[in-house]
Every structure is written in C-alpha cells, then in structure tokens.
Ligand binder design. Sequence first.
Ligand SMILES: *Cc1c(COP(=O)(O)O)cnc(C)c1O
Length: 425
Amino acid sequence: MDKNKQLFQQSQLIIPGGVNSPVRAFGSVGGTPIFFKRAKGSRLWDENDKEYIDYINSWGPMILGHAHPEVIKVVQEVAESSLSFGAPTERELIMAETIVRLVPSIEQVRLVSSGTEATMSAIRVARGYTSRDKIVKFEGCYHGHADALLVKAGSGALTFGQPSSAGVPHDVAKDTLTLPYNNTQALKDLFDRLGDEIACVIIEPVVGNMNLIVPEQEFLETLRQLCTHHGAVLIFDEVMTGFRVALGGAQELFNVLPDMTTLGKVIGGGLPVGAFGGKKEIMSQLAPLGPVYQAGTLSGNPVAVAAGLKTLELIQQENFHVQLADMTNKLVTGLTQIAREQGKEFTARNVGGMFGLYFSATAPNSFDEVMASDRESFNKFFHLMLEQGIYFGPSAFEAGFVSAAHTEHDIQQTLNAAQVAFEAL
Ligand SMILES: *Cc1c(COP(=O)(O)O)cnc(C)c1O
C-alpha cells in the first residue's frame, strides 16, 4: 500500500484539499503529494521510506540543510526553559542586533511569526507614516496572503490560476496598484500620474514566486529614485531573498537600499519567525511609541528565535554564500548543458542559493514571459525527477533552493537523473 496515497485520501476528508498550504497539494503538476517523516542534511524520507534529494528546503528556511546538529541542540536546550513567556527575552535583543548588523538598510526591527505578518505590518506602518492609502506591487510577486497583497499575486495564487483571491473586498483591493516587473517605463508613468498618493511600493528584489526572475539594475535604481522623489516608502520583501542570495540580502547584492525590509524563512531556521524593519523614523510609528498598532502573542518566541539565531550565526561563516552560490551554479550549469546536448528548449539560472528552471529558450524577465513557458514539459520533468528521488518544487512558478548540506555527489546524482528525464521528455 502506498502510504502517501492513503494519507492524502484521509487528509482530504478533513483538511481542505488535504493540505495546510495550497502548493503542497501538487495541483499544478498533478499526482499525489509526498508525506515526509524525516530529513537529514540534503536528504528527505517519505512515508514509504523512499529517499529524495531536497531542492525545496521548506521553501528556503533550511539553508543549513535539515536537522543541523547545532540548531537542534539549541532548540532542545531553550525548550527546557519554557516554550513561551509572552514577555521580552535577551535573545530577541541579540536577534535584533544581528539583523541590524547584517541587513544594510535596517535601523530598527520588530519580530513577528510569519512572512505574511511581516509584509502586512510593514504596509500598515508605511501607510501610517505617509498618511496615504495607495500601495504598489508587481505582477506575479507574492507577499503572503494579507488581503491587500492578494492582487495579481504569485506562488500558490498563480499555480491555481487565480490572480487574486475571492473574499478580498473590492474596497481593499482598489488601493493596490499593480505594475509589470522590470518595466521601468510603466513605473515612471504611474509615478507621473499618482506619485504623491502612493504610500509604498513593495517588491521582491529578486522574484522567487513566479519561478525565479532577476531584476534589472536600472529598474531597481529607478524605483529607488522615484520613491525618494515622491515620498513613497520603498519596501523590499526579502522574506525569501534575505540571508540567501547574499548575507545582507538582495539589497546588498544589488546595492539598492529600501526604506523598509521584510524578512522570514531563513530567519527562523525552520521555525516560525518573520521580521520587518527599516529606518528608525518610520519604525517609531509603531505602538507603543506611535499610532500604528501591531502585536503578537508568540512574536519573538524563544525557541523559534533560538533556531533562527543559530542559523544566522552559522551562515556568517567565511565564504558560506560563495560556496552556496557555487554549488547552485553547478546544478544550473549542469542542467542547462544536458538540455542543450539533447536539443531541449530549457534554461536555468541562479542568484546565490536560489535557482529557476525554465522550459523556454531564454530565461523570463517578467510575469508574461513566465506564463509563456512550456508548463506541460515542466510537469513531466518534475514527475520524471521525482520518481528518481529528486524533489523539486511542485510547480513551474516556484524557485528552487540549495542548502549548505548539498554536496557535489548530490548534484551529480541530480544531473544523472536529469539525463534520463530529458531523454524521456
Ligand atoms: C514566503 C513568502 C512570503 C510569505 O511568508 P509566510 O511565512 O509564508 O507567510 C512573503 N513574501 C515572500 C517574498 C515570500 O517568499
């Protein structure tokens, strides 16, 4: 009996769609989602005891690989001294100091428990600070599932062909303006028309929620200039890119500094932590200092913060990000080469430890270009790889992730499987 199938059938009876987050249901690629029971380093084991090499890494957080001994140890130690106080702890201060030191633009920061909370709160602060309502986002970018941000959103919202969600009031969505990514002219036109009514612009500085899209330097720089000129708050949503594309995130890599930054994923090392921070002048709008309310019973949870802090400590080791990028580069170069040898229309690219696989002749630059890629080939490729124990994201619209636990051997095994998969396509 296939235990994955059995568990999925039972789950579907009492959990909507059988999953607690939509992309997990394999709706885009078809088939039965895998139920996991154990992981170590770069490897996962499912309920049938089948082994996989993991290129999802819990969608980014497991940057050190699974069950890193030092992270597990500190979690166990801290858990002994209470799971939660609902009061401040010293580790939260150390976490804040670490974030301020590592992320170039952050002067003050507050912890929350998810990326969604971080972006939702950052937008509230930006609106409070500017006394303006309109926000701008980009087509295909995903910023969590807060109402105002579920307009032309990426990730699961894309996978299921719903650019926006039911249940979002028109009155909320009407203040969210969307623009095409990497389109500098459209950006200028919008600011010409409405610049002085815009509270903030939120952007994934490298997009990981409509596959991987790399920003054009000029696009980011123009965005920075326009926001400064019109008094709009620029928010980099670095929930995915933070501590991953570089130690200081995409803002360090591209040398463009936002006014506010949102963080998640890596910052919790696999436990629920998010954060939003930025200029002191803006962050001091928050309660209890200022008029913008924001709170959380489990915000700064001691166990979650301990896991995150240990993760941040370990990724500061010399050359960590160089090696991570190097390993990721070996994967994408290898895949591209195999596809070329076999005459398949395929490209792949990476930014640090994040990568994109595209069934198109060139790497896409925008939402429209992503939508034009060959989704059917991706789905076939996904299943051919999965059968051989290679676990990529179950959708053509998700970026992939390599961890520090991935070895040359893992990459080679993946490329061997890809050789077979491309041949079968
Ligand atoms: C994952 C993600 C979010 C949402 O974070 P959750 O912890 O899932 O709420 C927001 N923004 C970006 C860029 C993300 O990748």
